[in-house]
Design a protein around this ligand. Structure first.
Ligand code: F6R
Length: 262
């Protein structure tokens, strides 16, 4: 795992946006794996600005989101489809027909999960997957105890996740307790994985991801198995890492090495 420790959330978003900008400049028809939640919002703003400035185009991009609430239609303001339209898709030159979010309103969610996997495969697989992380180490909606090789499926949300996400729902609004999410195996199949984490409330999850054992109790620890996973985190999220200085040293050495390459 590459671990990049930056000062604050603004630096994390800018660094993350830059990774995606470079990816699109290298491969215009990239298949992007996208996430919702509060963490990627500033990164998406960076992508919108890059698109406005004509540094990148999303015309040939295909995207797959990690997850969706089960039982919400895409027009529901709390659905992840709605979030993606509001935060990114409505502001860039992407063809919405090429954007995919798990269909939370499918009549047969089990079949829809298999169909989602088939669509990812038909698109040639995900080139780069963006992730946030839950306080409990979840990635997508793969809650602790999720199989480390799991595929897209229906998952029950933990009490902690429901409480964390309650801030997005009005008191009188129905908040789903089930989701449809890419599996950990689906995420590990992405050619590159970029996980962003900011704030002290993510420090325990980051500690378990980086320095803990590989275990289903911390789904993000599965990234230890990935050959090209980068964690972009701020000082607060890194604050519990015991080898913080070593990770900074490795990153400095990496930068020097990259600067020497032709
Ligand atoms: C969202 C997702 C979740 C979030 C995680 C962190 O699509 O897959 O795993 O990334 O819950 O959420 P925030 O960024 O709101 O702290």
């Amino acid at each position: 795992m590459q671990i990049v420790i930056l000062k604050d959330s603004a630096e994390v978003a800018a660094y993350g946006a830059d990774i995606f900008i470079k990816q699109l400049q290298k491969k215009a028809n990239s298949v992007l794996g996208l996430a919702t939640g509060s963490t990627p919002v500033s990164l998406y703003r960076g992508l919108i600005e890059a698109c406005d400035a004509k540094l990148v185009s999303f015309r040939d991009v295909t995207s797959f989101n990690l997850d969706e609430y089960l039982g919400l239609e895409g027009t529901h303001p709390q659905s992840y489809r709605y979030f993606m339209n509001q935060q990114l898709f409505n502001h860039i030159d992407i063809n919405k027909a090429q954007t995919h979010v798990p269909p939370g309103d499918a009549d047969n969610p089990l079949e829809a999960c298999v169909g989602y996997e088939e669509k990812i495969e038909a698109a040639g697989g995900i080139d780069i997957q963006l992730l946030g992380i839950g306080r409990n180490g979840h990635i997508g909606f793969n809650e602790p105890s999720s199989g480390l090789m799991s595929r897209t499926r229906v998952k029950t949300l933990t009490k902690a996740t429901i409480e964390d996400n309650a801030r997005f729902f009005r008191d009188d609004e129905y908040q789903p307790h089930l989701s449809m999410t890419m599996g950990i195996g689906t995420i590990l199949d992405a050619k590159r994985v970029v996980l962003l984490a900011t704030g002290e409330n993510k420090a325990d999850a980051i500690l378990a991801t980086v320095e803990g054992p590989l275990m289903a109790a911390c789904p993000a620890s599965a990234l230890q198995l990935h050959t090209d996973a980068v964690l972009v985190i701020d000082e607060a999220a890194a604050s519990k890492l015991s080898d913080r200085d070593f990770y900074i040293h490795i990153e400095n050495e990496n930068q020097k090495l990259m600067a020497k390459l032709p």
